[in-house]
Ligand binder design. Structure first.
Ligand SMILES: Cc1ncc(COP(=O)(O)O)c(C=O)c1O
Length: 446
């Protein structure tokens, strides 16, 4: 019998997952299209590798095991899997066609909605992926300012201008690498030192898990403005989640350009670039940014339905309230068990992160140990609580009961000093060898 979301006796049977993996390995390089969904992020030998279907906040793997999902497709499932209103909108559009020979009326409907709900969306471009819109933002910022250099912070997608600042930068010409550098989040002095007369833009996530220091975003904006540099918010995670209008609405700070994807179409592939009309106008002629599937109508139908649902049901408030119960509950259990010195849950309520200090042992082994025993209890987890509108109060209560058991086991293992020996498979890997504080400027000013 496959496992359920329950205190199962055994780890799940993952025979069919492993068979698919063996078929994929010789011909798929690598087997995954998204690192965070790949086998490296899950304890190998215990965790399933392939999912088959989802409903609400639950997913089923190819062996029929059921899990409560806290990854939610790495962000996009903000409402939940197979959410009726969104699926109905997609099906209704499907009957009329997917993608067309001319512009589609939904492009205008969607743009008007965005103009209304996103602060400073004076002009709008639609595309497909997060990397599309961050790259378009950087290109238009370079064109508008007549400058070359980019300062960034966090992850912004697979294109050359960004990946050049990471340790996986093979295949990128040195001339491109020399133009991008990273700054320290929440360190206004590092930005002051890095900005120079050739800095076209600063692009950053308004926050990841750490909150911005009082005034940081406003000071950053003022600093960029004084230097003639454009400020770009990468709102892949913050947009439509911390507030429908994202971090610009939540913190009351205006970026020159803002990029969105993930949360606003409940799983359909669509991305959005918004910002100042005078900057975006360059896309009319000088700056090229077009793609065949840019106006694809199923995603637009899903986006309009998702955003309307978010507004009508005040989804960001729900994500925050459920996420807060989980975050506070986790920290209370860690306190009770006397292990808060090495594990805690941090971040904003809508999306929080569980972390383990080196005091508990190798953090990847510790994470793997917690993951394997949550998987046994029907919880698909890789350290995050990506909350959705389908995570119920009962789901949160069940998760906390599972944490209570699993953290109790962790305490025993840490006290015995044998976490690694208790692992039933190969531990998880780091997503990137290095993405932050890498190629930081100004070590040597470019
Ligand atoms: C903050 C941020 N920016 C950009 C991207 C790139 O988006 P995509 O993978 O859709 O290209 C991601 C993807 O995870 C992201 O988290």
């Amino acid at each position: 019998m496959p496992n359920k979301v329950a205190f199962n006796e055994n780890y799940p049977d993952i025979t069919e997952s492993d068979k698919l993996y063996q078929r994929a390995k010789p011909i798929m390089k690598p087997v995954t299209q998204t690192l965070a969904k790949g086998p490296g992020q899950y304890i190998n030998g215990v965790a399933p590798k392939y999912l088959k279907k989802g409903k609400g906040a639950r997913v089923w793997d190819v062996d029929g095991n059921e899990y409560l999902d806290y990854n939610m497709a790495i962000g996009p499932l903000s409402l939940g899997y197979a959410y009726p209103r969104i699926d109905e909108a997609i099906v209704a559009q499907l009957k009329d066609g997917i993608t067309f020979s001319m512009m589609h009326e939904l492009e205008v409907e969607f743009a008007e909605l965005i103009h209304k709900v996103i602060p400073n969306a004076e002009a709008i471009r639609i595309s497909k992926t997060g990397a599309d819109v961050t790259s378009a933002a950087v290109r238009v910022a370079r064109a508008f300012t007549g400058r070359n250099k980019v300062l960034c912070c966090g992850y912004h997608g697979w294109h050359d201008w960004y990946i050049s600042v990471t340790s996986r930068n093979s295949g990128i010409p040195a001339a491109v690498k020399d133009l991008s550098a990273t700054i320290d989040y929440n360190n206004i002095e590092s930005v002051k030192e890095a900005l120079d007369a050739d800095t076209a833009c600063v692009i950053l996530e308004p926050f990841v898990f750490e909150a911005p220091k009082e005034g940081f975003l406003k000071e950053l904006k003022a600093l960029c403005e004084a230097n003639g540099t454009l400020l770009i918010f990468d709102e892949m995670w913050t947009g439509f989640r911390i507030a429908v209008g994202g971090a610009q609405e939540y913190f009351g700070v205006k970026a020159d350009l803002a990029c969105y994807s993930k949360a606003f179409a409940n799983g359909m592939p669509i991305a959005l670039l918004t910002g100042r009309r005078d900057v975006m106008e360059l896309f009319e002629e000088e700056v090229f940014f077009f793609t065949t599937f840019g106006g694809e109508a199923l995603s637009l139908a899903a986006a309009v339905a998702t955003i309307n649902e978010m507004i009508e049901k005040n989804v960001p408030a729900y994500l925050a309230s459920q996420g807060k119960k989980l975050k506070d509950g986790y920290n209370a259990i860690a306190e009770e068990l006397g292990i808060a010195s090495y594990t805690r849950c941090t971040g904003y309520d809508c999306r929080s992160l569980v972390s383990f200090d080196a005091a508990a042992g190798n953090p990847l082994e510790v994470k793997s140990y917690v993951q394997q025993d949550l998987i046994k209890r029907g919880i698909l987890w890789s350290g995050f609580h990506n909350m959705s509108f389908s995570h119920t109060g009962e789901d949160v209560a069940y998760t906390l009961a599972a944490y209570r058991e699993v953290l109790g086991l962790l305490k025993e293992a840490v006290t015995a000093g044998d976490v690694a020996a208790r692992l039933k498979g190969k531990p998880v890997e780091a997503v990137f060898r290095k993405v932050s504080n890498f190629n930081t400027k100004p070590v040597a000013k470019i």
